[in-house]
Design a protein around this ligand. Structure first.
Ligand code: ADP
Length: 461
């Protein structure tokens, strides 16, 4: 009998439901189309006119404007996937992207969750179990126990003394920069714990807290990883996300300035080892604080991140496509040795908010001009006439630039910001323009408190 050529394994899915909205829904749709996959878009009533609906192969409204009744409604999303014939669900970021029960329900329904297996999400979703797993895998962590705070006041006092003040109390289930409180000295300890516990109970449904050293002038450095189901994992370089307001990232860059390759290399490899140890699948980010030449793990995000484009620009890897391909069961088509970091990239988050008070600004965009040119990328879902709704996150666009050096990338961002016009609503563009004129930022290596201090000085001036 003549030998039949080996047939490629059938793809696990050919249609992807994107369980998200806004710029990331557009971004994921683009990646799907480039891979030859069909797309299903979903929306809430507030997003019925969203342009990403008309470019998808199917578009279903799954509920009212409130996110709890639409983008967070697991049953409605699963029903939409069944009705539209989707074989996989991409959760994007936010909403249900780090919900282990959702990942589990998708797999139980016979569909593919484009993300890690539910147990990885559950381990990393609890910051205490994440810390424990990382310590076991040899990843350096912030000093402090990998267990929940006990109830006994004397034991708590002893743990705080062992760590040394200042300390930070954190909710095990915390996220989005909430559920944290710094304690500068012992007499404020018990009150801080009581307040944080109550907040954690209300916001995250769990009163579980832990305590660690509060680092006073760290930078926020993170490592992007990607893993397949065949025992391959790689890190795609590092990002600096220290420009934060209220623990929320505002500007991100890749690579982090002034960190020598021989310092970051072992940290990247420790992240890869940790992924292999926990059987991680898909993309993920290890977040670290970096102070006085040392790295301290704070948490792992088990999803695609807002700031993934800066790594795409420097590594040349399309992270969303790679994420979808590993979910289809393909082996990673790059080895660690193939990963390079070329040039420098910045991302600015353009938010619909007042540039002075940072209060959200909803309304109709009456005029929009976006920058273009070499090394400029804009990820957005808005257009002139678009109605920014008050129901969701205020992110309306991401401005991303890439250039050979950090200084050139900063100049390019200044040019890109100058060419961005949004009228009808307020945005943080004036604030970003001023920030990119700042001398210390241009020098690089500013810490996580820099932006808040800069804002305070500006207000005082
Ligand atoms: P979230 O899940 O809410 O984003 P993280 O644990 O990632 O919380 O922390 C968010 C930010 O809070 C960090 O980027 C950093 O600015 C600050 N932070 C967290 N832990 C510490 C710490 N031990 N010392 C100093 N700052 C911290």
């Amino acid at each position: 009998m003549p030998e039949t050529p080996e047939q490629p394994a059938p793809e696990l899915f050919d249609t992807v439901l994107i369980a998200n909205r806004g710029e990331i829904a557009v971004r994921i749709q683009r990646a799907c189309r480039e891979l030859g996959l069909k797309t299903v878009a979903i929306c809430s009533e507030a997003d019925r006119q969203a342009p990403y609906g008309s470019t998808a192969d199917s578009f279903l409204c799954i509920g009212p404007s409130s996110a709890a009744k639409s983008y967070l409604n697991q049953d409605a999303i699963l029903l939409a996937a069944r009705l539209a014939g989707a074989g996989a669900i991409h959760p994007g970021y936010g909403f249900l992207s780090e919900n282990a029960a959702f990942a589990d329900a998708i797999e139980k329904a016979g569909l593919v969750f484009i993300g890690p297996i539910a147990s990885s999400i559950a381990i990393m979703g609890d910051k205490i179990s994440a810390k424990r797993a990382m310590m076991a895998a040899g990843v350096p962590c912030v000093p402090g126990p990998d267990t929940a705070l006990p109830d006994d006041p004397a034991t708590i006092e002893r743990i705080a003394l062992e760590i040394g003040y200042p300390i930070i109390i954190k909710a095990a289930g915390g996220g989005g920069g909430r559920g944290m409180r710094v304690v500068p000295k012992a007499d404020l300890l018990h009150e801080a714990i009581a307040l944080t516990r109550e907040e954690a109970r209300k916001a995250f449904g769990s009163p579980s807290l832990y305590m660690e050293k509060f680092l006073e002038h760290p930078r926020h450095i993170e490592i992007q990883v990607i893993c397949d189901d065949h025992g391959n994992a790689a890190w795609l370089g590092h990002r600096d996300c220290s420009m934060q307001r209220r623990h929320q990232k505002v500007v991100e860059e890749a690579p982090a300035a002034g960190i020598a390759p021989d310092i970051i290399q072992p940290v990247g490899m420790a992240c890869v080892q940790a992924c292999l140890q926990i059987g991680y699948r898909g993309v993920g980010t290890f977040e670290f604080l970096y102070e006085d030449g040392a790295f301290y793990f704070i948490e792992m995000n088990t999803r695609l991140q807002v700031e993934h484009p800066v790594t795409e620009m420097t590594s040349g890897v399309d992270i969303v496509q790679a994420q979808i391909r590993v979910a289809q069961g393909h082996a990673l088509d790059l080895a660690q040795g193939d990963v390079t970091c070329e040039g420098h990239s910045f991302e600015c988050r353009i938010n619909a908010e007042d540039p002075e008070t940072f209060l959200p600004s909803a309304g109709v965009v009456t005029h929009l001009a976006l920058p273009a040119g070499p090394g400029i990328r804009v990820d957005t879902h808005i257009h002139s006439g678009y109605k920014v709704s008050p129901y969701y996150d205020s992110l309306i666009a991401k401005l991303i630039v890439h250039a050979p050096t950090r200084a050139e990338a900063m100049a390019r961002m200044r040019e890109a910001l100058a060419g961005t016009e949004v009228e009808g609503i307020s945005t943080n563009i004036p604030f970003l323009r001023a920030l990119f004129e700042d001398g210390a930022f241009a020098q690089g290596e500013t810490d996580i408190h820099y932006l808040e201090q800069w804002l305070k000085l500006r207000r005082a001036a």
